[in-house]
Design a protein around this ligand. Structure first.
Ligand code: PMP
Length: 349
């Protein structure tokens, strides 16, 4: 549907959609790279604090306290940190601050769809650079395209491939001088981070989120780390009071109870190892090694596999028309159910 007030660009955009509603309680949800466990440490600590939170007041307008908290946690200053309503809002803020109409934005693809969507919203030109056939980063191609580009989105580990890029590759792109946005939504599962590169590069923004390893997707909290100058530029276009008082408290508590995240990451890595090993043994699919909390796999009959898994109560990510599927690493029991269902399906189809 189209209204007479639409900007032309809306003709080429679709609303972000997800296949499940919150009421599908019995479904095993392995489609959105979430943590299978609720962050109980935060929930209980928050429960105790809830009555004393000043919910009749606006939050502090510059999010100063929570930025300080996050900065201390990762070894930076509060002036280097910006918080958002999920890292989705950070992507939006970056594009709002830095994209002028027709600016080129390099997007090695397949990757997270929001980079391209939000680039278009701000009238930038997404330059889609296909990943190499083994899903490694086409660094030379990116460097050559950077001559006419304003910025590049690099996701590491990449969604949906699960592959992490090396520090050398990121540095080579940074050396071109364009603005590099390094999305580390899944870096807690890989154990590698480009945060240390910020000491030498002022054209780098590192994005992080509490939605994945910290198990707080429902709170919608993410952040980025960059030079004071870049953070100040982004602050000019960010909406005031963008994250609510409860989410601010949740971040503070998540950092305080970091052991929940450390333990969750350990368990996910164990389950990932089990799942990848078992998937390698199944004829008819090819899983790709992952350093994130999900596994991409190739399968001729991807649509049938997706539908058959759904009939068995398991939801994974199907990419329309592609021979690939992505599955989140869940609890051990969920992984076992997924593997046994997959075996069953592939024996019959
Ligand atoms: N970056 C990547 C690579 C993602 O996969 C996602 C969510 N799927 C996000 C950012 C956004 O995460 P959030 O807004 O929950 O922080």
């Amino acid at each position: 549907m189209k209204s007479k007030f639409d900007r032309d660009l809306l003709d080429n955009l679709d609303p972000y959609s997800s296949e499940v509603s919150m009421s599908d309680g019995n479904l095993i949800r392995l489609n959105a790279n979430e943590l299978p466990w609720k962050n109980e440490a935060v929930v209980w600590a928050l429960h105790d604090k809830l009555l004393s939170l000043p919910l009749n007041r606006y939050p502090e307008v510059t999010n100063s306290e929570i930025r300080k908290n996050i900065a201390e946690y990762i070894g930076f200053e509060k002036e280097n940190v910006l918080v958002g309503n999920g890292s989705d809002e950070i992507i939006d803020t970056i594009c709002k601050a830095f994209i002028s109409p027709l600016d080129k934005v390099l997007i090695p693809t397949p990757t997270f769809s929001m980079y391209s969507t939000i680039t278009k919203v701000y009238s930038g030109l997404p330059i889609i650079i296909p990943l190499n056939s083994d899903f490694t980063l086409p660094v030379e191609k990116i460097i050559s395209e950077s001559k006419t580009a304003k910025m590049a989105f690099i996701c590491s580990p990449n969604n949906p491939t699960g592959i992490s890029y090396s520090e050398e590759e990121i540095k080579a792109i940074l050396d071109t001088g364009i603005l590099v946005i390094l999305d580390e939504a899944y870096a807690d599962f890989s154990g590698h981070s480009g945060l240390n590169l910020l000491n030498n590069y002022d054209n780098l923004i590192v994005m992080k989120t509490f939605s994945k390893a910290f198990g707080l997707a429902g709170f919608r909290t993410g952040h980025c780390v960059a030079s004071e100058t870049l953070v100040e530029s982004m602050s000019k276009v960010m909406l005031p009071y963008n994250i609510n008082i409860i989410s601010i408290k949740a971040i503070e508590l998540a950092i305080l109870h970091e052991d929940f995240m450390v333990d969750a990451v350990k368990k996910i890595k164990e389950n990932r190892k089990y799942m990848y090993g078992a998937m390698q043994e199944i004829k008819g699919i090819k899983p790709f090694p992952s350093s994130a909390n999900f596994i991409l796999f190739e399968a001729e009959n991807s649509r049938t596999i997706y539908e058959e898994l759904l009939k068995r109560g398991i939801l994974i990510r199907y990419f329309e028309g592609k021979n690939y599927l992505r599955v989140s690493v869940g609890t051990y029991e969920e992984c076992v159910k997924f593997i046994s269902s997959l075996r069953e399906i592939l024996n019959v189809c």
